[in-house]
Design a protein around this ligand. Structure first.
Ligand SMILES: Nc1ncnc2c1ncn2[C@@H]1O[C@H](COP(=O)(O)OP(=O)(O)O)[C@@H](O)[C@H]1O
Ligand SMILES: [Mg+2]
Length: 631
């Protein structure tokens, strides 16, 4: 019922948006809303901008892309600023084909699809409205009706530059149907739609070598030649090529570089001059963005072919690299899994993160500066705090390579491995170890991986595995503490009281007896030793903490266990150290006694309730951590 209502609603909205009038009416509209006369490039840019722009770390983040493209903010910023924006301003880049270059499954098609779906929606808004000569198969821009010799005047009055000539078909229609009265020509609002072939086209060469240009520019309609008497009568021509249909919007050109160069020339003259040749007619003006995609190898071989030289300057290449942030890679997997048919399988916490670590490591290049390793670089890239490094180190690292992210493991590979794990395991839960194992097995079957690369990747799998071991241990230990946060806070407060007394050379009061007692040196040391603070360094460390407390207090803030990263680590380690034996014995007991069983059930329940596990994955985790602690 609901869906039927929505369908009806949608239809009535469409009805409301419909507009039809004469060219004279249209001119009034243009006066009122000059943006309706913008070029296709400008409309695309405004669509992106209207969705919102945010500043983040000195970079612009375009919200238009941010709900589906993850971790590519910098590439997208470049794309908008070096292509869409200048193209919208009618600068020369507009006359070049936009070629997205990037590794396989790096999001190029997704990007183009977003632009297409975006345009469909945008043309239904006020800011994105598009109008065309009614009944024109190419939805020609009504302003083309203005004769060349009046365009100067038009510009003075309306501030709009008209580009392009009236097409042969509409030139004829103007005479035949409207008796030359431009002001009477009917104009209508159009709604871009790929399905209906309005303003959005996709061209995919069937056989790149013997491609028929008619697929792009339309063809003679032999059934009507007899009626109109001549092949050069535009009414005997079908303007139904992909370039015709995509007029006013966007055309995606798949496999462009695989096409014959003769074929490409047509296309390039279109972008260069803003028009193309069809049949026996004068050039046909077109207003559309042409976007193609390719991988690096294909592009290099295209570039190195002498025959293609003249084409280079007519293409603008924009890189679409792989994402290099672990947390964003996780989001990519989540999205891909949500869209797949394994969406209902339980994936244990950390599974996708661990897979993402492996993937990102394969994409990163070894830092040139010697003071940082790949794992730390990976963390910095993901915006984590890495001790001893800051944001200028991050920028420096990014500048070391221009072409980072152009190779490595692609997200689809990971998703395929995850799917095959799910199918094989037959239980409705998979964990990080399952996935790492599957990634490893997959490397043997991967056709394009050399022996050397395989070794390297296997090593990254071990690195990711080690990271996982740490996460797994922490998770279980936390779940063993009745209330982790509470316990950490209590221990911290206790430590701070003692530190304060120590530094002030004062005494503490026993909460039970009220007696004065000395600071508990043993307790303080047991915490400090967790992070390697020596006997000699303890005084400085304690004083530093007191200074931090009073600095925060001056700002009206309270010091808590999150305020000091090292102290936090020390507290955590101390809690875990105290627990270690219990955890070890409980998790690895072959036949747990009643007490242990109770504890295990409690921990499993906590893992399920508070940490996102299900009973299978929680039990698997406990068993694994038990085996780790017993090594
Ligand atoms: N940076 C990214 N953000 C979001 N999704 C991505 C990203 N990179 C790849 N993907 C996903 O990976 C899959 C393959 O991407 P696709 O656009 O087909 O790549 P390409 O056309 O470059 O080969 C898609 O499901 C896509 O959504
Ligand atoms: Mg693709």
């Amino acid at each position: 019922m609901d869906i039927l209502k929505k369908i009806e609603q949608y239809r009535s909205q469409e009805e409301k948006l419909r507009w039809e009038g004469t060219f004279a009416d249209y001119l009034k509209l243009v006066k009122e809303k000059p943006w309706v006369a913008q070029s296709a490039h400008s409309r695309i840019y405004n669509m992106i901008r209207d969705a919102g722009v945010e500043e983040e770390n000195g970079h612009k983040v375009y919200r238009f892309f941010s709900h589906e493209m993850f971790g590519l903010e910098e590439a997208l910023e470049k794309l908008v600023e070096e292509y869409f924006h200048p193209a919208a301003k009618r600068l020369d880049v507009r006359k070049r084909i936009l070629l997205l270059m990037g590794p396989v499954s790096g999001g190029k098609s997704t990007l183009v699809t977003m632009l297409k779906r975006g345009l469909e929606a945008y043309s239904r808004t006020d800011r994105g409205a598009v109008y065309a000569i009614k009944g024109c198969p190419m939805h020609e821009d009504p302003l083309h009706l203005i004769p060349q010799h009046l365009r100067e005047d038009f510009y003075r009055e309306y501030g709009i530059k008209v580009e392009g000539n009236l097409s042969p078909l509409n030139t004829m229609r103007l005479e035949e149907e409207y008796g030359g009265r431009i002001e009477d020509v009917l104009v209508e609002r159009i709604f871009l739609s790929e399905d209906k072939r309005v303003g959005i086209g996709t061209f995919s060469p069937s056989d790149p070598k013997s491609q028929d240009i008619a697929d792009l520019t339309g063809s003679i309609d032999f059934s009507t030649i007899a009626e109109y008497g001549s092949e050069s009568d535009p009414r005997a021509y079908r303007f139904d090529g992909e370039l015709n249909k995509a007029n006013r919007g966007l055309m995606e050109f798949q496999e462009m570089l695989k096409c014959d160069e003769k074929f490409l020339w047509h296309l390039l003259s279109l972008t260069q001059e803003g028009n193309f040749k069809a049949g026996r007619f004068a050039l046909i003006s077109a207003d559309e963005l042409i976007v193609a995609h390719t991988n690096e190898t294909e592009y290099r071989s295209f570039i190195s072919n002498k025959k293609n030289e003249a084409l280079h300057s007519r293409i603008i290449v924009m890189p679409v690299p792989y994402n290099l942030k672990v947390s964003q890679e996780e989001r990519i997997y989540e999205k891909m899994i949500r869209d797949s048919d394994v969406a209902d399988v339980h994936i244990a916490p950390h599974t996708l993160k661990v897979a993402a670590m492996f993937t990102v490591l394969t994409r990163l290049k070894e830092p040139k500066r010697g003071d940082i390793d790949l794992l730390k670089k990976m963390r910095l890239y993901d915006g984590e705090n890495v001790e001893g490094f800051n944001s200028s180190d991050l920028n420096e690292l990014k500048k070391e390579y221009q072409d980072e992210g152009m190779s490595g493991i692609d997200p689809r590979y990971v998703i395929n491995r995850i799917s095959s794990t799910i199918i094989r395991k037959k239980v409705p839960a998979i964990n990080a170890l399952d996935v790492l194992r599957s990634l490893k097995e997959g490397l043997d079957q991967h056709p394009s991986i050399t022996q050397e690369l395989r070794e390297k990747y296997l090593n990254f799998i071990s690195v990711a595995r080690k990271e996982y071991d740490e996460m797994a241990k922490k998770e279980v230990q936390k779940a063993f503490v009745y209330s982790y946060e509470e316990s950490a806070k209590t221990l911290m407060d206790n430590y701070l009281d003692n530190v304060e007394a120590f530094c002030n050379k004062s005494k503490l009061r026993d909460p039970l007896t009220g007696e004065e007692i000395n600071p508990d040196e043993k307790l303080m040391r047991s915490i400090e030793e967790q992070i390697g603070i020596s006997e000699n360094a303890k005084k400085a460390f304690r004083e530093e903490i007191l200074i931090r407390i009073s600095a925060l207090a001056r700002k009206g803030k309270r010091f808590d266990y999150r305020s000091h990263a090292r102290l936090r680590e020390a507290i955590q380690k101390k809690l875990f150290a105290d627990l270690k034996d219990v955890v070890k014995i409980t998790t690895s007991a072959k036949t747990p006694d009643e007490q242990q069983l109770k504890k295990i059930n409690e921990v499993v329940a906590r893992l399920i309730d508070e940490h996102g596990y299900n009973s299978t994955s929680a039990n698997e985790l406990l068993r694994y951590v038990g085996s780790l602690l017993n090594r």
